[in-house]
Design a protein around this ligand. Sequence first.
Ligand code: ATP
Ligand code: MG
Length: 416
Amino acid sequence: MKAVILAIGDEVLCGDVINTNAAYLSAVLDTAGVEVIYHKTVGDDEEAMRESFLDAFNAADLIVASGGLGPTKDDMTKTVLAASLGIPMVYDESINEHIGQIMGRANMPITPNNQTQCYIPQGSVPLDNPLGTAPGVFLEHKGKTVVMLPGPPRELTAMFENFALPKIQSKAKKSFAEKYYMTSGIGESMLEQSLRDALPKETPGYRINTYISTSGVRIKAVANGVSLEESAAILDRYEPAVLNAIGPYVYAAEKLEIWEATAKLLIERHVTVASAESFTAGLFAEMLARTPGASLVLKGGIVSYSNEAKIQALGVREATIAKYGAVSAETAAEMARRASELFGADIGISFTGVAGPGPSEGKEAGTCFIGLSYAGEVSAYEQTIHGDRDRVRTRGAAAGFARIYKALTSNQGVKP
Ligand code: ATP
Ligand code: MG
């Protein structure tokens, strides 16, 4: 099944709003086995919309449009689509009732333009919008399917997952299979080379893509067989070669960020953590707290940005900082040890470095030290992270998770 994703709205076209709807829809459709052939953005312009609908209708089996379903004058997705396909608009009482309920709940009067929202192309099914007034539309016409969704991502996601996706899934027959291998601690070019060396020159029906993410390098293996079963068998056939080449760097065989994988492992094993953070300023703790159940393992943390905080709040020796500097392996090690002692945690993790953009203490931006105190041992690692301040801070925190993950899984081989 082929699909086209259309984003509608001047605000997307001129760059005021980032087209996250297309990215989201593409990812979900891809998983559902639908091949997205292109994305397009059109402004609130009748002629441009008409042309785009007709092109999409020719090229694909499924068209998913987002935006322009609201009550205002520039919201004309439904009417333009219907006119393009020569379908009349009909009044739908169930939509009127829904709008009445939503507006009543919000204590807002129903305006005449709300009434325009009650019209949908004949033969289509309205899709419930529990989070807003604009209903979606599901239309089957001449063997093709058109789904129209509201622009606000929260509304779009809820509606798509609950009402549109199940209908699409029953039509799309997925035959390809995919598998993710999440890696950390290896660069993309090295990883690519290792994979190329390990896999046969020709891998019919099998391809590998690599992407760089905050966690590290993400590998996506895609197998294209005639059936889902055959595709799964192709993935299995090449997996030993993949793991043989890069196994030690793989922390998960599913799409999982390093902070999620580490949090799950910590929770599973009842291992507690405390952090001492300088250049990451709490980012590590924040990332750990994203996983439900984090309260079982995150004891606490100290944002020890200044030297005084490192000395007074954390208890790092003044002499250590004076002798080696705040950005040093020695200070990182002491920060980690003190964090675990102060909070009585199994693991103490610390971050000290130069977030940039300029150098500090004579050290270049991107110079980072991560300290780890675990099982009676304290160590510190130096790591250089290239990029802007934001990148140095997020990658620095992510690297801390990778250290913990490694410490917890060393001598155990690879999980997948
Ligand atoms: P509403 O009833 O809220 O007006 P609508 O379906 O008419 O719904 P639009 O008016 O097109 O939607 O867009 C409303 C808001 O939704 C935009 O201001 C923007 O914040 C968000 N939005 C629209 N399109 C996209 C998109 N492609 N990606 C991300 N956000 C979007
Ligand atoms: Mg609108």
